[in-house]
Each structure stands twice: as structure tokens, then as C-alpha cells.
Design a binder for this molecule. Structure first.
Ligand code: TYD
Length: 132
């Protein structure tokens, strides 16, 4: 098994009222959180298909499930994400694709930087060139 997928377990507090998961910068989230976004109402389609030059993210499937594909230019692997307190840490130079969304899927993403389209590598050949 490769180390492409870096799973982070975040603190969870379960009682008879339900589940609370805590995400804190410089604790279980290893960076300053500059941006939070989420994906919901996901259709039977695929998303992602890009890498970042300088961005660290923690991605959590907080409801439902989907398939995350990570590719570092040498190794490519898929994992089903379906646990609301287990995030995946995605660092620079990692191509990612998302697919197979359950109808109730909600994906929460914490990012180390503000949105910047110039930070995206959206062409796979350019990505391979960048990781050579
Ligand atoms: P896109 O990169 O296509 O999403 P995905 O990686 O899930 O396939 O982003 C969709 C749109 O949302 C695109 O117009 C850029 C915009 N966007 C922002 O404005 N801010 C953000 O933080 C993100 C992640 C996307």
C-alpha cells in the first residue's frame, strides 16, 4: 500500500444526541485555514481533474460517500470516503478526481490559501510535466 492517502482522524464526540466533529487549525488540521468550501447536490458526474501548485487541503466526506482518486504522477489510487471524522490531507502536486457520489453526499474542504485560479494545473500532461 502506498502513502498517497494521508488519513487524519479528527476528534469526535458521540453521545445520545448525535455526533460532533471538531476541526481545529494546527491541531488535527496541520495548517492555517484560509478557506472553507463544500460540495453538495452532486450529480452523477465527475469533478476535480486538477492539481495545485501551492495549496494544502483537508477533504472530508461528512455525509454519504464518494470515490477519491489521487495521482502523484507515478502512482494512482482510489479510495471510498464515507467517514465524517476521517479526512484526507492533500498536499501540493497531487492530481485529484472525485466520482461515484451518493445522492446524499456532502464534501467539506478546508484549504490553506484563498481561491486562486492561477494555482490550478488543469491539464494532466502539464501536471505530469510539473512533477518530473
Ligand atoms: P471547480 O474547480 O470546477 O470544482 P471541482 O474541483 O470540484 O471540479 O470549481 C467550480 C467553480 O467554483 C469554478 O468556477 C471556480 C469556483 N470556485 C471558487 O470561486 N472558489 C473556490 O474556493 C472553489 C474551490 C471554486
Amino acid at each position: 500500500m502506498s502513502d498517497l492517502f494521508k488519513f487524519i482522524k479528527h476528534p469526535e464526540f458521540v453521545d445520545d444526541r448525535g455526533l460532533l466533529v471538531s476541526l481545529e487549525a494546527h491541531k488535527s488540521v496541520p495548517f492555517d485555514i484560509q478557506r472553507v468550501y463544500f460540495l453538495t447536490n452532486l450529480k452523477d458526474s465527475k469533478r476535480g481533474f486538477h492539481a495545485h501548485r501551492d495549496l494544502t487541503q483537508v477533504l472530508l466526506c461528512i455525509k454519504g460517500s464518494f470515490t477519491l482518486t489521487l495521482d502523484n504522477g507515478r502512482i494512482r489510487e482510489d479510495r471510498t470516503l464515507d467517514n465524517p471524522s476521517t479526512g484526507v490531507l492533500i498536499t501540493n502536486s497531487m492530481w485529484r478526481e472525485m466520482s461515484n457520489f451518493s445522492p446524499d453526499c456532502v464534501i467539506l474542504v478546508l484549504a490553506s490559501r484563498h481561491y486562486d485560479e492561477n494555482d490550478y494545473i488543469r491539464n494532466y500532461d502539464d501536471f505530469l510535466e510539473s512533477v518530473k
